[in-house]
Design a protein around this ligand. Structure first.
Ligand code: NAP
Ligand code: ZN
Ligand code: ZN
Length: 352
């Protein structure tokens, strides 16, 4: 066993604070990683505060992990000591069901093992995530990270990157497509960059007029302030695809009416409370679809990391010491982050 130190929430209302726990010794197929950086996803906040009603305390969040391999098990073939490695939202799955066999572990019919707040087969306890100094993961769920990119800015790709890449690929977004991204946060800003690199014409929808310039710099062709009905109306019936990343309930009809015939809006935002139900005529009259999408499989996550390395895509980040985590959560709730907080794990040394 290795003693690990991290930050945990002890209850839905408690701020996160220092927490020590144990990581297993790497087994034959395991990789031990010294965590260098971990992104802060809005899902971390939802779960730290039990907004999805399934949190087991104490919870150590974090599923956008980049670090250096410090030890490998005897049968590990993909990694060696010193390699840069990444871990996303999953650390295992059943590997047998139809979804797992197709490389869609995120839809594992027996439930994948989440990086935190999941059942840890090895310890019989709960999995602990990336707001910590070390993690041990089966190499099958560990990603290769290019040395070419800034590793701190790569960390958010492990969730925000794949969650936007996967639906863009699944619905075959590409050249000539008009794509809307709703919400300019961690997911939204990756959505703009990736859809743009795939050749689509991207329009950002935002509730924050002050984000206009940033959105254009990130690759959007146009920016619409969603509260402005006139600006919205200009885009009626024109989108092939809309990626909705908003973390709060809102009126979906406003966006459905912007889709062309046969257009699709994919919801990736996972608010604690349901959206008001959309008007069915907004679907019927133009054969439009609403869909959802969950992160991405391991093979696709590697494909996304390689795509980003090839296109020089990383996240725009604000690097913070872990001691500022609670303040970062408050700022994330106010949509005040450009555009992902990443924890510099070197700051944990003072807790040891
Ligand atoms: P984030 O950085 O907080 O960004 C969310 C953005 O939504 C905000 O920046 C804001 O953009 C917009 N927004 C927030 N409150 C709003 C409101 N009341 N009305 C309208 N727009 C609002 O969060 P994130 O990390 O990108 O995550 C977004 C959501 O996706 C979360 O619910 C998270 O749990 C979920 N998620 C899902 C998956 C999946 O696999 N499906 C994976 C990761 C995360 P503007 O300022 O531009 O309006
Ligand atoms: Zn996430
Ligand atoms: Zn499975």
């Amino acid at each position: 066993m290795t003693e690990a130190v991290g930050y945990a929430a002890q209850s839905a209302t408690a701020p996160l604070g220092p927490f020590t726990f144990e990581r297993r010794e790497p087994g034959p197929h395991d990789v031990q990683i010294e965590i260098l950086y971990c992104g802060i996803c809005h899902s971390d906040l939802h779960q730290a505060r039990d907004e999805w009603h399934n949190t087991i305390y104490p919870v150590v969040p974090g599923h956008e992990i980049v670090g250096r391999v410090t030890k490998v098990g005897a049968h590990v073939s993909k990694f060696k000591e010193g390699d840069l490695a990444g871990v996303g939202c999953m650390v295992d799955s059943c590997r047998q069901c139809a979804s797992c066999q197709e490389g869609l572990e995120q839809y594992c019919e027996n439930g994948f093992v989440p990086t935190y707040n999941g059942e840890d087969k090895h310890s019989g306890g709960v999995t602990y995530g990336g707001y910590s100094n070390v993690i041990v993961v089966d190499e099958a769920f560990t990603l290769k990270v290019s040395e070419k990119l800034n590793p701190a800015a790569v960390a958010p790709l492990l969730c925000a990157g794949i969650t936007t890449y996967s639906p863009l690929r699944h619905w075959r977004v590409g050249k000539g497509h008009k794509v809307g991204v709703v919400g300019l946060g961690g997911l939204g800003h990756m959505g703009i960059k990736i859809a743009n690199a795939m050749g689509a014409d991207v329009v950002l929808f935002t509730t924050s007029p002050g984000k206009r310039e940033d959105a254009l710099r990130l690759g959007a062709k146009d920016v619409v302030v969603s509260k402005n009905e006139e600006e919205m109306a200009r885009h009626a019936n024109s989108f092939d695809f809309i990626l909705n990343t908003v973390a709060a309930p809102h009126n979906l009809d406003a966006y459905l009416s912007l889709l062309k015939r046969d257009g699709t809006m994919v919801l990736v935002g996972a608010p604690a409370e349901p959206h008001p139900s959309p008007n069915v005529f907004n679907l019927i009259m133009k054969r439009r679809s609403i869909a959802g999408s969950l992160i991405g499989g391991i093979e696709e996550t590697q494909e996304m990391l390689d795509f980003c390395a090839e296109h020089g895509i990383t996240s725009d980040i604000e690097l913070i010491p872990i001691q500022q985590i609670n303040e970062a959560y408050e700022r994330m709730l106010k949509s005040d982050v450009k555009y992902r907080f990443v924890i510099d794990m070197a700051s944990l040394k003072q807790e040891q």
